[in-house]
Design a protein around this ligand. Sequence first.
Ligand SMILES: O=C(O)c1cccc(C(=O)CC[C@H]2O[C@@H](n3cnc4c(=O)[nH]cnc43)[C@H](O)[C@@H]2O)c1
Length: 219
Amino acid sequence: MRPEPARRILMMTAVEAERDAVLRGLNGADGVDVRLAGVGPASAAARTAAALAAGDYALVVSAGIGGGFPGRAAVGSLVVADAIVAADLGAETAEGFRTVDELGFGSARVPVDAGLAARLTGALQAAGLAACAGAVLTVSTATGTAATAAELASRVPGAAAEAMEGYGVAVAALDRGVPALEIRAVSNAVGPRDRAAWRIGEALQSLEAASAVLLEVLR
Ligand SMILES: O=C(O)c1cccc(C(=O)CC[C@H]2O[C@@H](n3cnc4c(=O)[nH]cnc43)[C@H](O)[C@@H]2O)c1
């Protein structure tokens, strides 16, 4: 009898620069496909769903650069999601923001395998990389003020990073019964918008270094 072919890992990045950093880190490793998600949760969900329909995957990873919450994740460091949270999915009310969970329309939170996230964080740290585990928020509008950063941090305890694709990738994975992870390399602080201060090159180097370690844990 022929052995079952090993199921593959699907990695989704928003843009080509992130995909190329991941591919450099993977250095030709077998068993992983890296695909473009586009920017934002809708594009990410649609493209992840299409990729999952075309292959046999054991795990989906949303990977890329992101903003780090001050005091939680510094520029150049890595955040492994222990929760993937759609932080702006809900309704604004006179009493404050209400999540879709509170409204009774599903969940803004996709659970992550906590053991796997912890093992990955540990492996990154063991490789000498600055890494922490924490909630990674998905937003459709990148935060641009200190007030919004503070509101998000209080709305989601444990928030460590924000980006724009993780929830879309994770919902597409959940829909097919495939586990999802998210890893972000911090290019900027979440807060007042200052594009000139984004350290994209540094974050892409961290993403590349993390990608060289990922498969030790994920396979
Ligand atoms: O200009 C470049 O060279 C370049 C290279 C790689 C990536 C980019 C992006 O602008 C990617 C957009 C992507 O970044 C995530 N991101 C990064 N910081 C934040 C943030 O503070 N809040 C929300 N999202 C952030 C996000 O996932 C975008 O898809 C440019």
